[in-house]
Design a protein around this ligand. Structure first.
Ligand code: O7M
Length: 218
């Protein structure tokens, strides 16, 4: 059984709140509320502000906890449960620890589970690229909500789309990492994930509007 996708798909934009200060994260979330479909939090923010920041951000929209969960099954279960206990709408997990680890994440989840199939950075050529399609196939087989595939590799996104069918594809790596958001969406991504282009801008809402303008009509 595939998890039913809970995240809305109106803007096709997920904002990565890779900042260290809770107040900055909250202010970006408040000013961009309505301009994105979800907020993504990663370790930098949670390690500096605490997991309670997820509860606070949830006032502004769906929050994906990008904990890239990659442990043995019982530990994965604890991590995933913690995220949902703090109002997360979804979690991002790794697939490379294997099927039992992914199954534990999906069993513990009370929302969306996305599996990292292919990362966006150059080093992902080493280990991710050769196994990305297998990882995506496992995500389908185990019933994940979707996968993560880097916007820096649009042709791979197209191949992964064939593997995952109607599952969601989230695509990070646009802007500073070199990916083109329109290419990612054109090749089959459902959402782009954007961090610094928005969080590093003097006016994050305006920057988010600029991203939406770039992908208008997609
Ligand atoms: O737009 P950026 O480059 O400032 O930020 C990109 C965000 O996407 C940042 O939060 C990364 O952790 C995340 N990301 C990648 O950049 N590459 C990946 O391959 C995977 C992710 C990600 O979101 O994984 C779930």
């Amino acid at each position: 059984m595939v998890l039913e996708m809970l995240m809305k798909k109106e803007r096709r934009l997920i904002i990565a709140l890779d900042v260290m200060e809770a107040e900055r994260a909250l202010s970006v979330a408040e000013s961009t509320s309505g301009l994105c479909d979800a907020l993504k939090v990663n370790y930098p923010l949670v390690l500096s502000a605490g997991l309670g920041i997820v509860d606070r951000l949830a006032d502004y929209g769906d929050v994906l906890c990008d904990f890239k969960v990659a442990d043995i099954p019982p530990i994965n279960e604890l991590i995933v449960r913690s995220a949902f206990d703090h109002s997360a709408s979804g979690v991002i997990v790794h697939g490379f620890p294997g099927a039992d680890s992914l199954e534990a994440c999906i069993a513990a989840a009370e929302g969306d589970v996305f599996v990292v199939a292919l990362m966006s950075h150059p080093g992902a050529d080493m280990f991710f690229l050769p196994i990305a399609e297998e990882m995506a196939a496992m995500a389908v087989e185990k019933g994940a909500t979707g996968i993560v595939a880097g916007a820096t590799r649009p042709k791979s996104i197209a191949r992964l789309r064939e593997v995952v069918g109607s599952l969601a594809i989230l695509s990070p790596g646009v802007g500073p990492q070199g990916g083109d958001p329109r290419e990612a969406l054109k090749h089959g991504a459902d959402y782009i994930i954007v961090g610094r282009r928005i969080t590093g801008a003097p006016d994050p809402a305006r920057a988010a509007e600029g991203v939406l303008e770039d992908i208008r009509g997609m």
